[in-house]
Ligand binder design. Structure first.
Ligand code: ATP
Length: 245
């Protein structure tokens, strides 16, 4: 990164950020400066991974402490977030709003103020060799195709950071391999949640969340073996104490 871009790219900074929902602490006292190009977040079910992404994206505000993305508060400046942060949800149906592929792609561009949003959307599809998709109803696409559409919509908006929530969970192996290759070429900072240590093994930094707190934070070689061993230990236990019975 060079020049003005590098100066404006301050990353995601949390200072003592906590989130309490109806009296229950979900995230506790998180202090992090996330600047690395590739960051993975691991943790068992219910540890707070998705909630942390929602906090970073400003979809929820911290109960105490602060969250800043490139120096701005994501929960207060939704418009400012459009060029700073994109989020790929685990389920594309949580993200898709419009009936056709071109309309869905044009939406974010229009929010960014591009009057030629639809033209740009169609050009982007043509560049991907999918010009014939433009007027297809989104409902006719498979889960993997819908996820591809959501990623394209984010890329068209060119945010500096992309948050990915379990991007491989619903994909078959060839589609997952294609997505892995595509993600590897992106210049953006990627922050990826995954249950699968292999999916985040090449990241620069891994955060291990445990009951809403950072249990470990470091390079994958230091964090992932301990995480994998702990998951194996829990898997061998008779009960699953963190899940409701
Ligand atoms: N809106 C909400 N109201 C009440 N509790 C919530 C809410 N959102 C999340 N939680 C709780 O916060 C905890 C963390 O949830 P979250 O979805 O962030 O976990 P996760 O690590 O992403 O889990 P998974 O791996 O199963 O997707 C869970 O116990 C969940 O029940």
């Amino acid at each position: 990164m060079t020049g003005a871009f590098a100066q404006m790219d301050q990353g995601i900074v949390l200072r003592g950020a906590s989130l309490v929902i109806r009296g229950t602490p979900i995230l506790s006292d998180l202090t992090l400066a996330l600047t690395e190009p590739r960051i993975g977040i691991v943790g068992q079910n219910g540890s707070g991974k998705t909630t942390l992404l929602r906090l970073m994206a400003g979809l929820v505000a911290p109960s105490s402490g602060s969250v800043m993305v490139d120096g701005i508060d994501p929960a207060r400046d939704r418009k400012g977030m459009l060029s700073r942060l994109g989020i790929l949800f685990q389920n594309p149906d949580q993200q898709i709003l419009f009936p056709t592929v071109a309309e869905e792609l044009a939406f974010g561009l229009r929010q960014q103020g591009h009057r030629d949003a639809e033209t740009r959307a169609r050009a982007a599809l043509a560049a991907e060799g999918r010009a014939d998709w433009a007027d297809l109803p989104v409902s006719t696409l498979s889960q993997g195709q819908r996820q591809w559409l959501c990623l394209q919509a984010i890329l068209l908006m060119a945010p500096r950071t992309i948050l990915l929530d379990e991007p491989f969970a619903a994909l078959d192996l060839p589609t997952a391999a294609r997505l892995t290759r595509r993600l590897a070429t992106l210049p953006q900072r990627l922050i990826t949640i995954s249950h699968n240590p292999a999916a985040v093994a090449t990241c620069d930094r891994i955060l291990w969340l445990d009951s809403g707190r950072i249990r470990a934070d470091g390079p994958p070689g230091a964090v992932l073996p301990a995480f994998t061993a702990e998951m194996a230990r829990l898997g061998e236990a008779d009960a699953d104490p963190h899940l409701p019975r």
